[in-house]
Design a protein around this ligand. Structure first.
Ligand SMILES: Cc1cc2nc3c(=O)[nH]c(=O)nc-3n(C[C@H](O)[C@H](O)[C@H](O)COP(=O)(O)OP(=O)(O)OC[C@H]3O[C@@H](n4cnc5c(N)ncnc54)[C@H](O)[C@@H]3O)c2cc1C
Length: 528
């Protein structure tokens, strides 16, 4: 028997987007917020660099808009960009009101009377607010503290949404697997919000945590929502390669300070790809590393900063140094083994500026959504901003229209009568590994028609196996994630196959040119 919970709003996901939405709803709403693991699990907690916002008097909305459009390679939705950027100041004020302590200006910097602003790739002004090099953690901690104080919000950790509940065309809740009781419960609400983060776990190497399996995108797709631009996955060029390091990024500042990229034989190679060599933009460096790894069949390449003094390294890169030491790498002597890593999902559930999806009562915010802000390539530090701005506008919309939403009647219990305990979990672990490996090899940074076709053949076989397994055995965290990864992987493959050009983050050797007329890849469930 399932437990039945009734709320006004159910928010699936407790990162920057989900927490912000919960805190922006008026206190009269009874809100449930779900998280797969503990509250630190998502990408928000890992964000280092900062959040872009127009707060410097020298900067302007027009300039931030122009930079974002430029990074997005012709595919940004102008309305979404203007909406996001013009609300960036309010978003910052709101975060500060919640207790977020952004780094203040030091004596040596006069660009702002108050907050220290950095500059990152693609931005033509200093406009990145940050909290030292742990911005996401500082934001998350402040928001978690506020949510824990809010009497109208109940937090459910270790609760994994399985599928959405739809009645007469409206979303009215979700089936949710409780890891502690090992059973699936029913959460009913007139408004449901997907804030489940990205899908970068579809790739073998990723900077994201384990939960980034695209659950919200897969659930929305199964429920009938359109999904757009899934071919645009951003890769970070340098993630530490070590069997136990899992997902540790080596900051791009190492290259900025003279770090050299090397082949396994010690040869430099970046100048063959771009005259800026190691200082070329992120996507060019990632592509060059990928090309060389595939050409040589190498497991990793190297980033060498050992020519700098130990004192310099200790003062500039204390965290990198410490982390590498943990794995037996002395960066003052040894080159650092690196691979590129899947970092950010630009595509997602199609929404408008209020975060509304195609299904009434269902909203999607944060990395799960495709608002049109990022187009074909995300500009650094625009993603946290998008989380805050869209969460706030979705909260306003829910409040304004709440009385129009049909109130859910009791939903059916989850039917577990026909499933048994699995006696061969190896199917799950094998398929996890296989999927992430072929996505990396065939749908990665550099694509070809042949590679994509190979990936499509494999994903279809896996889909059949996973569906069969899902209908026969009890759900578990790994099975649910695998099922969702298979859906998002297929969406990525199909989107990549539909795009007969290279644009932004999608690069294919078969169509190296960019089409003069930019077009989104929008997939609709019934048409696939
Ligand atoms: C290493 C790293 C550095 C980054 N640096 C920056 C930066 O400097 N600036 C910037 O703007 N962006 C940065 N980003 C990107 C940015 O952090 C993310 O895009 C953003 O934090 C996403 O927030 P979110 O709320 O959408 O999702 P997340 O923070 O990923 O949260 C997702 C939540 O959903 C929950 N969830 C997922 N599936 C389910 C399910 N089925 N049921 C229940 N709960 C579920 C998870 O448990 C989690 O609570 C970085 C990302 C990474 C990985």
């Amino acid at each position: 028997m399932s437990n039945h919970y009734h709320y006004d709003v159910v928010i699936i996901g407790a990162g920057a987007a989900g927490l912000t939405l919960a805190l922006n709803l008026p206190k009269r709403y009874r809100v449930a917020i779900l998280s797969k693991g503990d509250l630190k699990q998502g990408s928000t907690y890992r964000a280092q660099g900062g959040m872009a916002a127009v707060i410097d008097s020298e900067d302007s909305i027009d300039s931030h808009v122009a930079d974002t459009l430029n990074a997005g390679a012709g595919l940004c939705r102008a309305e979404a960009v203007e909406f996001t950027v013009s609300h960036s100041g309010d978003a910052v004020t709101w975060l500060i009101d919640q207790g977020v302590k952004f780094t203040r200006v030091g004596e040596e910097d006069t660009s702002s009377p108050d907050y220290h602003l950095t500059r990152e790739g693609g931005h033509s002004h200093r406009r990145i607010l940050h909290a030292a090099d742990a911005t996401g953690r500082v934001i998350a901690k402040a928001l978690i503290k506020q949510v824990k104080k809010a009497k109208n919000v109940t937090i459910f950790t270790s609760h994994i949404a399985v599928d959405l509940i739809k009645k007469r065309g409206h979303c009215q809740g979700a089936y949710v697997y409780d890891r502690k009781t090992d059973q699936v419960d029913v959460f009913s609400a007139p408004a449901v919000v997907l804030a489940t983060g990205g899908a970068s776990k579809a790739y073998l190497y990723t900077s994201n945590s384990d939960g980034a399996s695209g659950d919200g995108i897969a659930m929305a797709w199964r429920a009938g929502c359109r999904v757009a631009n899934m071919e645009f996955n951003q890769f970070h060029p340098t993630c530490l390669y070590h069997p136990h390091a899992r997902t540790y990024l080596i900051t791009e500042a190492v290259r900025g300070e003279g770090g050299l990229l090397l082949l396994p034989n010690g040869e430099r190679f970046m100048d063959r790809f771009d005259k800026r060599a190691e200082l070329a933009p992120r996507d060019i460096v990632a592509r060059a590393i990928d090309y060389e790894m595939k050409r040589l069949g190498a497991d990793c390449l190297y980033l060498d900063i050992s020519h700098k003094s130990t004192d310099f390294l200790a003062s500039h890169f204390p965290t990198v140094m410490k982390r590498c030491e943990k794995y037996g790498i002395d960066i003052s002597r040894d080159p650092i083994p690196i691979v590129p890593a899947a970092h950010y999902t630009c595509g997602g559930v199609v929404v408008d500026t209020q975060g509304r999806s195609d299904i009434p009562g269902l909203y999607a915010i944060g990395e799960t959504s495709c608002t049109g802000l990022h187009g074909a390539n995300r500009m650094a530090s625009n993603s946290l901003l998008e989380c805050i701005v869209y969460a706030r506008s979705a909260a306003r919309h829910i409040d304004k229209h709440f009385n129009d939403f049909p109130k859910p009647k009791s939903a059916k219990d989850w039917d577990a009568s026909r499933v048994t305990d699995s006696d061969e979990d190896v199917v799950i672990s094998h398929n996890w590994d296989e999927l992430r490996r072929f996505m990396w090899d065939y749908v990665g940074i550099v694509r070809t028609n042949k590679r994509l076709q190979r990936a499509r053949n494999r994903i279809r076989l896996l889909q059949t196996e996973i569906d069969e397994y899902y209908s026969n055995y009890k759900v578990s965290n790994d099975l649910l994630e695998l099922r969702n990864l298979a859906v998002v992987a297929e969406l990525m493959i199909n989107s990549a196959m539909n795009r007969k050009e290279s644009r932004g983050l999608h690069y294919t050797l078969d169509y190296p040119n960019t089409h003069p007329v930019p077009q989104d890849t929008v997939l609709t469930p019934s048409t696939v």
